[in-house]
Design a protein around this ligand. Structure first.
Ligand code: PLP
Length: 423
């Protein structure tokens, strides 16, 4: 295309996210039998599919069901009944002092991140430029292509704690955090982290979160908590954690990982000023949000059934899948210098192949030719100044949303390839 604007050049170019998705898609087209441990799709959980079917049947049986699900544009902030149901749910189950004025919807949380990031970071009227701080690399790759200007994100290397049983865990390095330094924090417009983290499955501790929140408050920048996999729903956590919210926190939720990525429903919880501003931008971009997700999930919130789905169907499924994947990898890689990040939530395992003689991208390519699709970890080290950090070239993300036989085959090939690579 000729004569693309700078917006066109930025957003119509091959972003990291696009290249990755394209590569995964093509690999599957070339070899449909590929052992697919690459994507972020939630697993098919029979019990959840049955709940969706029941909800759809109830909608079809109601005289105005179709109209409510598909026939109306929602109001700019989202279906008022759904917002009320959410506010009441958050009050009952999270103790958050919110009303519907604190909540707005999005066509998937990805779309909300685009608006929120660019509301708080980028170019300012006074000529200054601010960044979104990701307090700990690696972080969700989906953020990386959402900025309207260059160097939109900055992030900090984590501290690495070695744990027993071939595991390790990342912690926020508060000493290196620009927020800890009043001068450096001038250039920060917002702080964002996913909890649990995609790609690592890390859940930063309540203490770490409280420290981040206090720093963000002191610097008067919002703290955005991406709870796509987290609390209160879908609650894919394998350890205890709180879900604090206050006026300076923007909580991002989604119906995707409970099993409904196709309805494209994201939920923003923030103070009313942020919600009002977000709603105007969202209207300019989308006019209205999808009403399918709200129609499906409204009753699950009103009668708390969403807790049953999250805690009795979704969480146990992934907890079991995570245990299976760890057992398989631990056994297959017993003689290899491979460590697994402490699995605390989400739907992935993050492997650290210590002193890997080739890059993780080369390993990804070699595995692809052997019919196993994973993700190379280097994609997730967004905004890191030290781009030569060897650790960033030594990690893989694998999803365990596949049946055990697929995982078994894939892990056997992974271990065999690694054995060859390490010689
Ligand atoms: N946040 C994280 C951490 C994710 O992994 C994803 C999707 O994979 C999203 C946000 C976006 O989710 P959605 O736009 O489907 O709500």
């Amino acid at each position: 295309l000729q004569q693309l604007s700078s917006f066109g050049q930025r957003f119509c170019a091959d972003s990291g996210t696009f290249t990755l998705m394209d590569d995964l898609g093509k690999a599957l087209t070339v070899n449909p039998d590929m052992l697919f441990l690459g994507g972020g799709n939630p697993a098919r959980i029979e019990a959840v599919e049955y709940e969706i079917k029941l909800a759809l049947e109830a909608i079809l049986a109601a005289p105005d069901g179709i109209q409510k699900m598909y026939g109306n544009y929602q109001s700019p902030q989202g279906d008022p009944e759904f917002l009320e149901a959410l506010a009441s749910y958050f009050q009952r189950h999270c103790g958050w002092p919110v009303t519907s004025a604190n909540i707005a919807l999005a066509n998937g949380s990805q779309a909300a991140f685009f608006v929120l990031f660019n509301m708080f970071a980028g170019d300012f009227e006074d000529g200054s430029r601010k960044q979104v701080l990701l307090p700990m690399a690696p972080e969700y790759i989906g953020y990386s292509s959402s900025g309207l200007c260059d160097e939109f994100f900055c992030s900090v290397k984590p501290q690495i704690e070695i744990l027993p049983g071939n595991q390790f865990k990342y912690h926020v390095d508060f000493d290196q955090l620009p927020l800890s330094d009043p001068g450096a924090s001038q250039g920060i417009g917002a702080v964002c982290l996913s909890r649990p983290t995609n790609p690592t499955g890390n859940v930063i501790s309540d203490d770490e979160l409280a420290r981040l929140s206090a720093l963000a408050c002191a610097r008067q920048v919002p703290l955005i908590i991406d709870a796509a996999y987290g609390l209160p729903f879908p609650g894919i956590l394998f350890s205890d954690a709180g879900a604090p919210w206050d006026d300076n926190t923007v909580y991002m939720l989604s119906l995707s990982k409970i099993g409904l990525p196709g309805v494209r429903t994201g939920i923003v919880v923030a103070n009313p000023e942020v919600i009002a501003a977000y709603t105007k931008a969202n209207t300019a971009l989308n006019l209205a949000c999808s009403s399918a997700g709200p129609a499906l999930a409204k009753h699950w919130l009103q009668n708390d059934h969403i807790n049953t789905i999250s805690r009795q169907m979704v969480q146990p499924y992934y907890a079991q899948a995570s245990r299976t994947a760890i057992e398989l990898i631990t056994n297959a890689c017993a003689d290899l210098p491979v460590k697994i990040h402490a699995p605390q939530g989400a739907i992935f395992l993050w492997l650290w192949c210590q002193d890997l003689p080739i890059s993780s991208q080369e390993l990804y390519q070699r595995l692809k030719t052997r019919g196993v699709l994973v993700l190379s970890g280097h994609h997730f080290f967004i905004g890191l100044e030290d781009s030569g950090w060897p650790h960033a070239q030594q990690c893989l993300r694998i999803t365990y949303c596949q049946p055990r036989p697929v995982l078994e085959q894939a892990v056997a090939i992974l271990a065999d390839e690694l054995t060859q690579v390490y010689g």
